[in-house]
Write a protein that binds this ligand. Sequence first.
Ligand code: PAF
Length: 281
Amino acid sequence: MKIIRSVDELRAYCNSERAAGHSIGLVPTMGALHDGHLSLVTKARGDNDIVVVSVFVNPTQFNNPEDLRTYPRTEEADCRLLESARVDAVFVPAVEEIYPEPDIRVFDLGPVAEVMEGKMRPGHFNGVAQIVSKLFAMVMPDRAYFGEKDFQQIAVIRRMVELERFQIEIVSCPICRESDGLALSSRNVRLTPQGREAAPSIHRVLSESIGYARDHSVKETANYVIDRINGTEGLETEYYMIVDGYTCQPIEDWDETDYPVGCVTVYAGDVRLIDNIKYQN
Ligand code: PAF
């Protein structure tokens, strides 16, 4: 596995693979890799000749300096994992390599980026669009892989791809979970033992709400989820929104979409966890 630290080397490597007729799959990550990331790599491995993974904690998408400071960084372990997952190249740039000067681009991401995470974390999605568009321009992959835990992020990236006219297929991959249902996240390592014990309630309540939703309104279902999660000691919901999965806009009636998705953010102590569930309609 090649370990690449410079943009020039990354471009040269990808250009030569493309010239050899090889398709390229890109898996953008912020490191602290877990089985969720590896499932993206496995999918990319099956779909492409070459798999490139980027490991970069992108400062422009953090609206909270403390979150950026404490974000886990485990480069050596990440590289070992990626090598055993048969990744061809890992791109591990320094911040100055990606941002030799401040990125002042503002993307017109529209309504999809204005709700939920976009509202709670001002600037976050613009930062995601900045880094992902840079990586796309450097690698020019055929396909790029993202996990559905960050459900809204995928919709935002699709919008950015449309705006920038990238010819890249965005592949969304199912959430990976611990055996007790907790969605895998790099932030899980920061949970206290009490937080870790409480956190599986998030997925349990979301799953139970599918049955509840069958004979209750959108609003009643949202309240059901919020009340039950908040009723678990150590958990506090920041928001729960049931949205049209295509547009991420909130719905009031189940009939408004054939793709209703509930998205939740929960604090377990000071660790912010996100998850989501698809309702049948
Ligand atoms: O989902 C993530 O880990 C990040 O937001 C991404 C897509 C790698 C951009 O920094």
